[in-house]
Structure formats: C-alpha cells, structure tokens
Write a protein that binds this ligand. Sequence first.
Ligand code: CS2
Length: 506
Amino acid sequence: MLERLNSKSLSHLPAGVERPAYDRERLTPGIVHLGLGAFHRAHQALVTDLAMQASGDLSWGILGVSLRSPAVRDALAPQDGLYTLATRDAGPDGQPREALRVVGSVLRVMVAEEDPNAVLERIAYPQTRIVSLTVTEKGYCHEPASGLLRWDDADILHDLAHPEAPRSAIGMLVHGLSLRRERGLPPVTLLSCDNLPSNGDTLRKLVLAFALRVDPMLTAWIDAHCTFPNSMVDRIVPATRDEDRQRISERVGFQDAWPVVAEPYLNWVIEDKFAAGRPAWDVPGGATFVGNAAPYERLKLRMVNAPHSAFAYLGAMLGIKTNSEAAANPGLRRYVDTLIRTEIAPTLRGIPEAGLDEYRQRFLARVSNPALPHLTHQVAMDGSQKVPPRLLAAVRERLRRGESIELLALAVAAWLHYLRGYDETGARYAVQDPLAAQLARMLERAEVAARAAAPSQAAHRRALVLAGYRPVFGDLGKKPDFVAAMARHLETLREHGVMRAVQGVA
Ligand code: CS2
C-alpha cells in the first residue's frame, strides 16, 4: 500500500515527475475558483503553478470551490491540495506515453453546499483578486438560445431569497461582491473559463442582471470596477478513471486519489483586462494575452467543439464508446472532415484558409489520440447547452446568407436522435442534461404530432415540434429550410441508421 501524496512527498518523488520548485509554505491565496473539476485542474491550476514557479510571486494560491459534491475536497484535503496532472498521447511507436507533474497551486478546497457562507467570505476576502469559474455551460443558469438569465431556475429563485446561502455560481458571485462592496474592499476580476461564446461578456450580463434585483447600487459598483475578461481554453480533459488513479499513483510512488489526465495540447487565450492584477500566466506552456478573445472562442467552438459533438452523438448512436474510436470510423471521419471544410470553416471569415486547414488537421489528430479514452457520452451530455453555440450559431449565419446547412443539420439532428435514450445496438443510456425533463416532454409531443399526421407528413410534423423548442432553437423553428433538413435527417437516422445518414451527405 502506497503512502498518500502530500506536502511531505514532494521531496521524495521519482526523478521523472515534475513538481513545484517553490516553497508551498509561503503560498498565499489570491484566486477563488468556482468549479474545481478536471478541466480547471488541467489548465488554470497548472498554469498558475508554472507562473508562480517562474515569477516567484507566491500570492496567487487557489482556493477551490466545489459547488455541490464533496468528492474533490475529500480527495485533495489529505493531499494538502496536491494532485498529479498526466498528459498523455501515443509516441511514434503507437504506444502510450505520459508526462507527470504534481501541481502545487491549490491551497484548499471548499464545498459550497456544506458552507456557502465560507465561500462568500472568501470572495469578500481582502487578498482575493480574481474569482474564476469553470462551472460548465449549464452552471450559468441562462437560456442557451437567448443568453438571458433563467429567472424560473430553482437555484436562481433560491438565491434571490437567500443571500446568505447561495447555491448558483451567479448568486454566489453577486452576494460575495455585495459583501466586498459593503466592506469597502477593492474590486476583483471575474474570469470565466467555460466554453461559451464571449464567456466574459456573458458572465457580466448575467451577474449585472442578478445584481440589479439585489441592489441597483451594487450593479453600478460592479459595472464600474470589476472586469470580466473573455477567455478561450482548449484542452481535451476526459474524466479520470480508476485505472488512471492506479497507474499514476504507482508511477508517482504515492497514492493520489484524484489525478487528472489530459492531452499534451493546451491553448489558453485571455483578454488582459484585470481589475486587481494577475499571475504571470504568460509563461512558456501557459496563456496568451490578447486585446479581444472573441474570435479565438468562435474559432474554437466551431472548429473543435462542433465537430467534437458531431463525433460524440453519431458515435454514441453506433454504440461506440470513445471519441477516438468514433474518429477512426471512416464514414464518420469523412463526414466530420467534410462538415468542417465545407460548412464550418467558411463561416470563419478573416482567418486565412491555410490556418483553418491546419486547425482542422490538428483537431482530427487530437480527437484521435488513442491514449486518451474520452467517452462519447461525456461529450454528448448537456446538449441543450452545447448545441446552440457550437452548431446553431453557424446554422443561423449560413441560412442568412442562403448557404447550405445540410451537414450542420445532420449533427443537430443527431443530438435530437440521441435524446431517445437508446443506441443502434439497443443499449439504453440516461440522457444527462439540465433540461432533460423538458426535452423528454418535447420528444413526446413530437411523437404525438407525428402519429396524428398523415404518413407523408409525419416526419415534417415531428421536426416542427422539435425545432419549435425555443429555449434551444430560438426562432429557427420558423425557418422552413431548417425544419425540412431536421425532418429529412431524422427520418434517415430513424429508418436507416447513422451510417446511411453520413453516407448520404459526405
Ligand atoms: C468537449 C469539450 O465535453 C465536451 O463537450 O467538447 O470539453 C472539449 O474537450 C474541450 O472544449 C476541448 O478544449
């Protein structure tokens, strides 16, 4: 039985394992991070660790917050916040290779549900200068189609009524900022690192909308003093499996209850708009600062996330477990490659064709990484939040220009088809989505409408109901070309399956 990884282990790690070269005893907290999942620990926590090591400025320790689950806290508390980041790919011989670094930037993990007040106090702590977030798309409690805060969301309603014990990230930020203002403390930077278009601007709008219901003076203070840089993060980070825990612990020589596994590629682009300073994140292997991150986000959502979702839905329907297996299926790969070249890349005006081509090839190589089992169902989850920014934004633009949406529409139809909850092998799975109940009702209504229609009209009626679901599709349900494409693709998927559907378009 291996000893548990903790501060004392650092000087006993095997030679090949990188570790923080600074004195962790001297670390002080500067960042509160909401959503301490694998994604954060594979980028921001790592780059903060590298930045503190390179600059010697140890005032950027991270106080991590898990919103609900105590699991990460329970894993990392006995480890003094330490964990291993393993970056994996296949070497030239095709065999997996893996580089390890024990990351030292996380000081402590808190669980908001257990003690929301402790989180508010930390946001309102004098030394806190950045509050960052990776709470996934659904964590913003906004309607995907319109970007507006969902005032009917149970957590948002709760947080308006209970300022002392918020549950949502938005409630936590606003009530924490309110305390800062009351105490006369300086403003902070609110940094979203989630996969949303203009994530900083989106967060700003949601925070200001909520704050307006709390106190108009607070809204004015936040607006005048806090900053919300947009950022884009690109790194594939699958969920950690037990075999990763075991292999990594053995290699590190200490038991690590929750290491994180990622691809070697990392691209983090941030707008340099910080209200109260920032770590020297622009270290080698770290972030790039730019004036405007929106074009990078658009590029990434469309050239990485859209095809990722396409592989995930179509692959999952074929009963394929991982994205790399989906990308190895010649029919799926041809379809996704054609989708990127003919319908996605042309929407990214202003970027040279050669650059887009390189981006496409790199994405296909990354998703094919055989040493990184990333489950199709992991990428497939939360489709109601992911499909609008990844696929529907491009659909809208192309329709406006009178351009074909045939391939994009197949990826959207694949999501709707996925919602049925069983694949082509007959295996059932749970649809994980914050709007799962509403989506299930929508599917039911669509089937009722299809059954009530004449046989030649059934597919169209079904598509009308589905595309009419406004929280996801907005006004697209009123576009005849879109509804017709949904009807056609859904019919092929239902009657003939995924392979016929992809062969029909690419
Ligand atoms: C994936 C992303 O789970 C998903 O929806 O598409 O998490 C993807 O791996 C990252 O955005 C890559 O940067």
